[in-house]
Design a binder for this molecule. Structure first.
Ligand SMILES: [Ca+2]
Ligand SMILES: [Ca+2]
Length: 386
C-alpha cells in the first residue's frame, strides 16, 4: 500500500492586511513513509524514474526522488512550450491523483511534476532554536526553546507547496466522503490518522467546498475556473480540509519534527532552509521589501535560491503550512520528545501548528525553527508567541 505524507501549506495573500487575516492555503508536500523508504540515502542515488512502473508497488522514494529524475535543461529548452507532461520525464511516474492531469511546476531548466517528492534521510537533529549554534537568532520567541534532539525516520516530502492545479483535482473529485478512520497515519503511531469525529468538519458537497475557498474576498489564489494561478500555492484551507486532501492524494500531513528536520537540513541545523545567508527576494516570496505584485502567489519553485538541503522549495515564505501536531511547548530538558503531539494541550483554545510563514514575513519568520499556530478551522492567519 502506498504511504505518503502531505504537508499542507497556508497562504498569505495580497490584501490580507486589509481584510485582517492571512489566507490559509495549502501546499502539499508528499512524504513517502519510513516503511517505504528503507534508506533514503541510497534512494537518492537512484536516477531513473522509469524504474517505477506500478502504482501498487511504491517501494522507495526514488520514484520521484530528485532533480535527477527530471529531464534536464537539455530536454526542456523553452519554458514557454514546456507545460505538458511530454517534456518532463517524471510526470508519468507520479501517481498522485492530484497530478493525474500531468501538472508541471518549476522554472526552465528545473521542471518536474508538481507532485514530485524528494526523499529525506532518517537522522537526528536539534529541533528548536539554539542559543549559540548555527541557528541562534536574536528573537524573544520562547516557544522555540529549548533546542532538543529529535530523531526522524526516513520519509519523502513534496518538492513544492500544493498548487491550485493540484487542489482543483481534489475539488472536482469531492463528493463529501470523509477519509476513513485511521487514514493518513504515521507508521507505528497509533492515533495519528483521521478520526471519524472530524467528519462533520468537512464540506458535504463540491459546491460547499468551493465556497470555503474564497476566504479573502477575491484575493485568494483559488479561482473557480483556471485563470493563470494553477501553479501558484493553494490557499484558504482549514486543517481538516488539508488533512483530507493529503489522504485523498495518497499522503499524510508531516509532523512538526519532520517539517523542521527537512527545513533545517537535519544535522546541519540551518538557520534558514537554504543556509545562513540573509533572506532576500531571490529566496522567498513575499518578503518585506519584496512587494512586487508579481511576487504574491508566485508559482511554486520560482525562488530557486531558497531551495533547502534535500531539494524542497518555499519552506520559508510563500505559504504557511499545516502540520499534523497540536501546538505545545517543547519538552523540557530530560523529557523525551514525542514523534508528534497528538492530543490537544490543556487550555481553552487548543491549536495546530503552522510552519513556513508566508505573508510579509520578516527575516526571523523565515527561519527553519520559526513556529506558528492557529485554530483548526482557521483559513487565514496564525499567532506567534513573542
Ligand atoms: Ca535547531
Ligand atoms: Ca512556506
Amino acid at each position: 500500500m502506498r504511504r505518503c505524507l502531505c504537508a499542507l501549506w497556508l497562504a498569505g495573500a495580497a490584501g490580507c492586511d486589509e481584510v485582517g487575516r492571512a489566507v490559509v492555503s495549502d501546499a502539499t508536500v508528499d512524504v513517502r513513509d519510513a516503511g517505504d523508504v528503507t534508506d533514503a540515502r541510497d534512494a537518492s542515488d537512484a536516477s531513473d524514474a522509469s524504474d517505477v512502473s506500478d502504482a501498487s508497488d511504491v517501494s522507495d522514494a526514488s520514484d520521484v526522488s530528485d532533480a535527477s529524475d527530471v529531464s534536464d535543461a537539455g530536454d526542456v529548452s523553452d519554458a514557454s512550450d514546456v507545460r505538458d507532461a511530454g517534456d518532463v520525464s517524471d510526470v508519468g511516474s507520479v501517481r498522485n491523483p492530484s497530478c493525474a492531469r500531468g501538472l508541471v511546476c518549476g522554472v526552465a531548466g528545473a521542471l518536474s511534476s508538481c507532485c514530485a517528492a524528494d526523499p529525506v534521510p532518517a537522522g537526528t537533529f536539534a529541533m528548536g532554536r539554539s542559543l549559540d549554534g548555527n541557528d541562534a537568532f536574536d528573537v524573544p520567541n520562547l516557544e522555540e526553546l529549548p533546542e532538543h534532539a529529535v530523531t526522524v525516520r526516513a520519509f519523502a516530502l513534496d518538492r513544492y507547496e500544493v498548487t491550485v492545479g493540484r487542489f482543483r483535482a481534489f475539488v472536482d473529485a469531492w463528493r463529501g466522503v470523509a477519509p476513513t478512520e485511521g487514514a493518513g497515519a504515521l507508521d507505528d503511531l497509533a492515533g495519528s490518522g483521521w478520526q471519524s469525529a472530524w467528519n462533520t468538519a468537512l464540506p458535504t458537497t463540491r459546491e460547499a467546498l468551493v465556497a470555503t475557498l474564497h476566504c479573502a474576498g477575491g484575493a485568494e489564489p483559488w479561482t473557480d475556473v483556471p485563470d493563470g494561478n494553477e501553479e501558484h500555492p493553494m490557499g484558504c484551507l482549514d486543517w481538516y480540509t488539508a488533512f483530507a486532501f493529503c489522504v485523498w492524494d495518497g499522503g499524510r500531513l508531516p509532523t512538526e519534527a519532520e517539517w523542521e528536520y527537512a527545513a533545517a537540513g537535519g544535522d546541519e541545523n540551518r538557520l534558514y532552509p537554504w543556509g545562513a545567508a540573509e533572506p532576500d527576494c531571490t529566496r522567498v516570496a513575499p518578503l518585506d521589501g519584496c512587494r512586487d505584485p508579481e511576487d504574491f502567489f508566485a508559482p511554486v519553485g520560482s525562488h530557486r535560491a531558497g531551495v533547502a538541503r534535500w531539494g524542497h522549495h518555499d519552506f520559508a515564505g510563500s505559504i504557511d503550512e499545516w502540520v499534523l501536531d497540536w501546538w505545545d511547548y517543547y519538552p523540557r530538558h530530560g523529557e523525551t520528545p514525542p514523534r508528534a503531539v497528538l492530543t490537544p494541550t490543556s487550555g481553552d483554545r487548543p491549536q495546530r501548528v503552522l510552519r513556513g510563514l508566508g505573508l510579509f514575513g520578516g527575516y526571523g519568520d523565515m527561519r527553519a525553527a520559526d513556529r506558528g499556530r492557529a485554530d483548526v478551522t482557521t483559513q487565514g492567519g496564525r499567532t506567534k508567541s513573542a
